[in-house]
Design a binder for this molecule. Structure first.
Ligand SMILES: *Cc1c(COP(=O)(O)O)cnc(C)c1O
Length: 216
């Protein structure tokens, strides 16, 4: 089932768009089913859960952190992930930057734009993002933007959210040409990833459509 779900999504996903299998709340057996279907990239949103799952998965599994991250939890996350998608404050960015400098690492990050989605109060404003990008952060590499659309069935509202973040993404690429790796836009989840891809998403974060409903 899980393998079939992944194959179905991959046949529709344009090449060049990455699939993050969002495995939060699902047991490692479910992740292994995805792994056996060829999936290597997984997304988790809670430090403790990520930390517990990492040693149980094969070493070539790659992880993105996609949830709100408290700075006292960095050591449970940063050694294990290839990207933090959810940088939602300057304070968090400063902490990641310092941690990476002392670890001799550079972390790929996405800046999370607050799109007005009511399910999360977290995220940066456009002005906040521009201020960040005007500074020097030797411990991080800015890869792009992440955002969550308003939680609604109204496709027009979702499309408008996606257009807004996509337009900002393109504007930032023009305004900050020094950011050579700023090429990723992470929008789109189970309910809206086709729309996200149509609006320029390069990463989709899909949980329910792969693993089924989560039991909280
Ligand atoms: C849970 C989660 C997802 C996946 O949501 P689905 O609707 O299950 O696909 C995507 N992004 C973030 C940030 C999440 O927390």
């Amino acid at each position: 089932m899980i393998g079939e779900n992944i194959r179905t999504i991959l046949t529709e996903l344009p090449s060049g768009v990455s699939l993050v299998a969002v495995s939060k709340f699902h047991p490692v057996e479910a992740l292994m089913e995805a792994y056996r279907a060829g999936q290597r990239l997984f997304g988790e949103n809670r430090p403790q859960e990520l930390f517990a799952k990492v040693p149980l998965m094969p070493p070539d599994t790659r992880w993105h952190f996609i949830g709100h991250l408290q700075t006292n939890k960095l050591k449970m996350v940063l050694p294990y992930v290839v990207m933090v998608q959810s940088v939602d404050s300057v304070h968090l960015l400063q902490s990641i930057n310092s941690w990476c400098l002392s670890a001799g690492k550079v972390m790929d990050v996405l800046l999370e734009l607050h799109l007005g989605a009511e399910q999360t109060k977290h995220g940066l404003t456009e002005a906040g993002i521009r201020e960040i990008l005007s500074d020097e952060w030797p411990g991080v590499r800015f890869r792009g933007l992440m955002g969550m659309a308003t939680n609604t069935d109204d496709q027009d509202v979702v499309r408008a959210d996606f257009r807004r973040i996509s337009a900002l993404f393109r504007a930032l690429r023009e305004d900050y040409p020094g950011l050579e790796a700023f090429d990723q836009l992470s929008i789109g989840m189970s309910g809206d990833w086709r729309l996200a891809v149509a609006e320029g998403s390069t990463i989709v974060r899909i949980g329910t459509s792969i693993f089924g409903e989560r039991e909280y």
